[in-house]
Write a protein that binds this ligand. Sequence first.
Ligand SMILES: [Zn+2]
Length: 368
Amino acid sequence: MSLDALESARYSRHLLLSEIGAEGQQKLKAARVLIVGAGGLGSPAALYLAAAGIGRLGIIDGDRVDVSNLQRQVLFDTTDVGASKAERAAVRLRALNPLIEVRAHALELTAGNAAQIFADYDLVLDGSDRLTTRYLVNDACVLLGKALVSAAIHRFEGQAMSYVPSQSPCYRCLFSDASEGVVPNCATAGVLGVLPGLMGTLQATEAIKLITGIGTPLLGRLMTYDALSMRFSEFRFRRREDCAVCGAQPTITALHDKAAPEPGDPPLALRRYSGAELLELLRRSPWSLTLVDVREPYEFAAGHMPGSLHIPLGDLPRRMGELRERSGIVFICAAGVRSEHAATLAAAAGLTELAHLEGGLLGLAGAD
Ligand SMILES: [Zn+2]
């Protein structure tokens, strides 16, 4: 795919980079990228990938623009409220770069339509805010052999990772255990508007690197970002032999809508204590437990359980070694979201006998 005069002019700042040049720009032109979710993450990712000259850009989103989206979903403006996100996004992206093909998929991604939609793309950028969709996208990419750049945001914190078939571990290797409702989305937990701007731009960067083959992508590395402390951290992880979708004997060999475990599924390695259960354990055998408070320093300073170790979630990956010799680890946070995340990270790092306080300290305040 050679570049014509219009393209050479438009992409001249890429052509000046020896790492990209005409060859890299031609790879971008030949690339077919699907963005799942035209939301906070999808907005900046789509704008930058369209500007970068991705040959075919697909946007899948079944929602309509709501006024509360405008705080962070920069693809849209006030006149778009009520319109289809996928359709409006396509109009905006075609205006930005008429030299590329933009496809709008104004529907929800499901297990039933994923294979058909993914077939027209080589790389998927996941910007969905639903956990079940995140697992569906991961499983579809593993089963269909597509590269994936995944990201998630929560309040002031973001995380990102990439996946390349047969080269890297998948999202499920890292987060094998999760259930809908445990991790709140932006609508229930709130989010700093600029946070998805940064994380979505990181996803676009990863996509461009994977397509052009430059740099070191986030393969087997979970990058986390904390906007409050303005700190990036990195957590390395490996492919799990027992991963349900990319492992040696996968149990997921076809796509299902309910990719996250259901109540009644086999018991998980991670224990969940209610406030009352934890207080009872502390009364009986306080020495058998290691309480690890993963909240931010200002929260810890405002009050914490006696004897608890303080490791903010963002610091956990690099401080995991401090927990290796400990037993009976119970992660604690305010509401039980970060503590479950911490336990999942610890499990992926090979720690065992993990638990977290369900409902967090806020729930504990109500227990007796
Ligand atoms: Zn896996």
